[in-house]
Design a protein around this ligand. Structure first.
Ligand SMILES: *[C@@H]1O[C@H](CO)[C@@H](O)[C@H](O)[C@H]1NC(C)=O
Ligand SMILES: *[C@@H]1O[C@H](CO)[C@@H](O)[C@H](O)[C@H]1NC(C)=O
Ligand SMILES: *[C@@H]1O[C@H](CO)[C@@H](O)[C@H](O)[C@H]1NC(C)=O
Ligand SMILES: *[C@@H]1O[C@H](CO)[C@@H](O)[C@H](O)[C@H]1NC(C)=O
Ligand SMILES: *[C@@H]1O[C@H](CO)[C@@H](O)[C@H](O)[C@H]1NC(C)=O
Length: 882
């Protein structure tokens, strides 16, 4: 056990001395904190972070000039800047403590204070990051952290850094102390902190919370200390601290927490709807953006009644939690139109929530607090402790719509009777443990590995020869389909909305039963009559055809009285092959809901007609934005985001459902783009659903798409999820090089993109075959990561290919590299420095060059919610996430 020599150093920060009143960045309508201290620990200078917030160094001259004494803290610099760090301030410097040390802040007496502690577990002064074990206590006898390892926590959550937010009750003494103490039980333990925020906050817990399961009891937060566990902008986007209403909180997308049968649909208030805060809800409760956007269950009451809209959160057991739900009705205006029940951990939190009944009007925010004590789960394992929030339409209230809505959610942990808020360090999941292992290998891999792949490439070339031979055989057959693929003529502008007489009641005419479908599938998606389909497509008018596939034609259409744009896939009436695929697709899609999978809205099976109705994808296929097109070229970063989205969709197919689903036909025409350029994987007609896989050689061959087929599949006739990874690797090269996977008109060695790209990658000449339009804008390190990932995907043997999860991780890493470069952060990372031909000194050669159509692209870029695709490691504020 290490001897602890107590050395206390005190930093007294006086607001009056330093004039740290909040800068003009704060929204005038928000709250202006009287105390707002942003301390950049281990730094002697005062600098702004990437968000423009000003931090002062804890060893800055300002502080020492004011007569503040220092003990033995060691100001330290992190050895490496993780690309996922949002900003080098405050993360790249740390105050490191070998013994107990205290910060003291003079603050106003009558207010609560938000404390945010920022930790970036890196190597400081040669100390081993894994030895950082410590506790943090605060004045008033509070334990904020105990035996805390930022290293373990960050790893378990795949985050580069950790932010912990606490809310402390008013400090009667007029100061707050924070004491950092290395954990006595660990030899060589040290404590550290990168940044500390102390911000006064208004009392936001004025109303008592309803106790879940005890309708008549309530709990008052009173003078408890709290820890923010989750803060979500439900159905909306990430909100940065600088866009919060004065309290610099971060609001995250809720998607990662959705669980259960359905993800619902997101909705946003129309541009003319103005959110009006009532007198009892000040705007600092939550920003307008939280209330403007929401998640709802969906358009079909029959579906909604069948499932709960649910979110699941990992939490620490043996604490009381306050769950704050933010509501705002953004579509309906009458009482009893949308009424629903709220459940928390399988208990009724509130029955018959009717937002209009609470607010009397549309666009008026309201929130409700629910308190629940969560005891230890049945298993020893800490990680099974969850908090489950569920919404379900209230059947008893007989509302006009069976639907539910939620706009925002915050979850706070209350300190226990002993003043404790600390929980154990999280354990990484098994899957993550595997990923971490792969990642470590990936990172430490020697460059000489190319040789191995070189050997494999020969095999791939041989396989490509077979492909080529087969291509000729079926080329004729495919030609028609290819010619008709969504392209120049497709995705026409909106077609008439004059048919507006359809009422809600006709939406779901038929009962769930269908002769060919499982009951579940039939009930999960909406049934359309052939009349509705004909109306939607103007009786299958040719001008509305936006694509032709093996299955039949795809029409653009309008349903629900012209309010919803859809894509309708009609089975070719004389195609035999279609029936099975039709059913497969309904079965698959009705059970799979994911942001990066095309959503099936419903189907029609009548009069020998089979139609599938999907969400309309405004920007069509990925391929039509890559080559043989007159559309503006996509910028590199957007291509990266699209590939990440598609990887996410595939990763979900492989791991998210009960059993592994192999797509079998991954290609750029099966990756569609919605109106926000979000990539969605489509076409599950070929997916493997179970025992129906005993196809003969020929039929399996016919089913894949040439140029994308896994060579191992040829040899062994064995399809695995790694076959999708291979195809996805081809897609990645296609995105990079903007040419078809197979181009028979090219010289022999160039016909197969996979072979040709591998050949060039091996020779170090990949840069020569990159799409010239984007070449100048790719950061060399990003390109390297991207190309290495694609190269691994097309490895000859499935076993050498990464999992989709690894691919996803690496693409996100590539995006981070590109972003840090674009934000000018790359220069700080000189250590990477081995530069490809593309660049000199870590910079793209002609970063300033822009094609004349770039402006359009940028506009489109602005629409895309890139934030949702932020790297896994930077996604969550809270260490207990996921
Ligand atoms: C804040 O919001 C504005 C307007 O919505 C947006 O343009 C800006 O990018 C946001 N800032 C950050 C840091 O996200
Ligand atoms: C929760 O409290 C129970 C009873 O005091 C105890 O047995 C259990 O270990 C505690 N669990 C945790 C995770 O602290
Ligand atoms: C809720 O109920 C489901 C089904 O009975 C069960 O699997 C789950 O563990 C329960 N969750 C909680 C938090 O009690
Ligand atoms: C919704 O959740 C509640 C509480 O956990 C449960 O009783 C109910 O059966 C669920 N309903 C559906 C349709 O899953
Ligand atoms: C401290 O945390 C580590 C890592 O989570 C754990 O293995 C150890 O048991 C903890 N020690 C105590 C005393 O709780």
């Amino acid at each position: 056990m290490a001897t602890i020599i107590t050395q206390i150093f005190i930093v007294i920060l006086s607001l009056f001395l330093f004039n740290l009143r909040l800068s003009a960045a704060i929204d005038g309508r928000g709250y202006k904190p009287s105390d707002s201290i942003l301390l950049n620990c281990g730094s002697s200078s005062d600098e702004a972070d990437a968000d423009g917030r000003k931090w002062i160094g804890d060893s800055s001259p300002k502080i020492s000039a004011a007569g503040i004494t220092f003990g033995n803290s060691t100001p330290s610099q992190a050895a490496f800047q993780d690309p996922s760090l949002p900003s080098s301030i405050p993360y790249m410097t740390a105050a490191v403590f070998q013994s107990e040390a205290t910060y003291k802040f003079h603050v106003s007496k009558d207010e609560r204070h938000l404390i945010r502690l920022h930790f970036y577990p890196a190597s400081y002064n040669g100390l081993n990051a894994e030895d950082g074990f410590f506790g943090v206590t605060a004045s008033g006898g509070l334990t904020l952290l105990h035996n805390f390892s930022a290293y373990i926590t960050a790893q378990a959550l795949t985050q580069g850094y950790i932010v912990r937010e606490f809310s402390l009750p008013p400090a009667e003494e007029g100061f707050i102390t924070l004491t950092f103490k290395p954990d006595a039980k660990h030899p060589a333990a040290f404590a550290f902190v990168n940044g500390i925020e102390v911000i006064s906050m208004p009392e936001i817990f004025t109303d008592a919370s309803t106790m879940v399961g005890f309708a008549d009891s309530s709990l008052s937060v009173g003078s408890s200390a709290l820890q923010t566990m989750y803060r979500l902008n439900v159905g909306g986007n990430y909100i940065a601290p600088s866009n919060d209403t004065g309290l610099s909180r971060t609001w995250y997308d809720d998607t990662p927490y959705i669980t259960g049968a359905g993800v619902g649909v997101t909705a946003a208030a129309g541009p003319r709807v103005k959110i009006r805060y009532p007198p009892d809800i000040p705007s600092y409760i939550a920003p307008v953006d939280v209330y403007r956007t929401a998640r709802q269950m969906g358009p079909d009451p029959k579906v909604n009644i069948q499932y709960n809209l649910s979110w699941s959160f990992q939490i620490d057991a043996n604490f009381t939690y306050v769950v704050r739900l933010h509501f705002c009705e953004i579509q309906l205006s009458k009482v009893n139109q949308r009424v629903f029940d709220v459940f928390i951990n399988n208990q009724t939190a509130q029955k018959d929530v009717d937002i209009i009944a609470m607010t009397s009007s549309m666009a008026v925010p309201v929130y409700k607090d629910y308190a629940i004590f969560i005891s230890d789960g049945p298993n020893e394992d800490d990680d099974d402790d969850e908090l489950l929030v569920e919404l379900h339409p209230s059947v008893d209230a007989k509302p006009e719509y069976y639907d539910a809505i939620l706009n925002g959610m915050e979850i706070f942990k209350l300190s226990d009777a002993g003043g404790n808020l600390a929980g154990p360090n999280p354990n990484p999941s098994e899957m993550l443990e595997d990923d971490l292992q792969t990642m470590r290998e990936f990172k430490s891999e020697p460059r000489g590995k190319f040789n191995v792949i070189g050997g494999a490439a020969g095999g791939a070339a041989a396989a490509a020869g077979i492909v080529f031979a087969l291509v000729l055989a079926v080329y004729q057959r495919k030609k028609r389909a290819i010619a008709g693929e969504p392209g120049s003529s497709g995705w026409l502008p909106l077609y008439g909305n004059s048919h507006t007489t359809e009422s809600k009641s006709t939406i779901s005419g038929k009962s769930c039963a269908s002769s060919h479908l499982s009951t579940m599938a039939a009930c999960l998606c909406r049934h359309f009559s052939i009349a509705e389909i004909k109306q939607a497509t103007k009786n299958f008018e040719e001008s509305l055809v936006i694509g032709v596939g093996g299955f039949g034609k795809v029409y653009k259409g309008n349903i629900d009285g012209g309010t919803t744009k859809v894509a309708i896939k009609r089975s070719n009436p004389d195609s035999q092959q279609g029936v099975h695929e039709f059913q497969t697709e309904i079965e698959m899609l009705s059970k799979l809901r994911h942001k990066h999978l095309v959503s099936l809205i419903g189907y029609c099976e009548e009069d020998n007609e089979m139609c599938l109705v999907y969400d309309y994808m405004a920007y069509g296929t990925l391929r039509e934005h890559l080559y043989k097109t007159n559309k503006p070229a996509l910028p590199w970063k957007q291509r990266l985001e699209i590939s990440i989205g598609a990887a996410r969709g595939l990763h979900y197919l492989h791991t998210g459902a009960k059993y592994t689903i192999i797509h079998r036909d991954v290609k750029t025409t099966n990756i569609l783009l919605d109106e926000k350029w979000v990539a969605k994987v489509s076409d599950f007609g070929l997916s493997k659903t179970g025992p129906t896989m005993n196809q003969s050689h020929v039929s399996t061959v016919v089913k894949g798409s040439f140029g994308y087929l896994d060579p191992e599949y040829f040899r062994r006739q064995q399809l695995t999820d790694k076959s999708d990874v291979y195809s996805f690797g081809v897609v990645l090269f296609e995105i990079l090089c903007a040419r078809p996977a197979l181009n028979p008109s090219l010289p022999k060695e160039q016909v197969s993109l996979a072979d040709w790209a591998l050949h060039n990658q091996r020779k170090g000449t990949l840069a020569e075959i990159i799409d010239p339009v984007i070449k100048g804008n790719i950061y060399s390190e990003c390109l390297k990561k991207f190309a290495e990932t694609a190269e691994k995907c097309v490895s000859d043997h499935g076993i050498d290919r990464p999992s989709m999860g690894d691919v996803l991780w690496n693409l996100e890493f590539a995006l981070q590299l590109q972003e840090s470069f674009e934000n000018g952060g790359a220069s700080a990372r000189g250590s990477i420095g081995d530069v490809s031909e593309l660049s000199a000194g870590g910079e793209a050669v002609d970063g300033g060059h822009r094609g004349q159509k770039r402006d359009e692209d940028d506009e489109a870029n602005d629409q895309s919610d890139g934030v949702n695709d932020m790297a896994v490691f930077s996604q969550l504020v809270n260490p207990k996430g996921r």
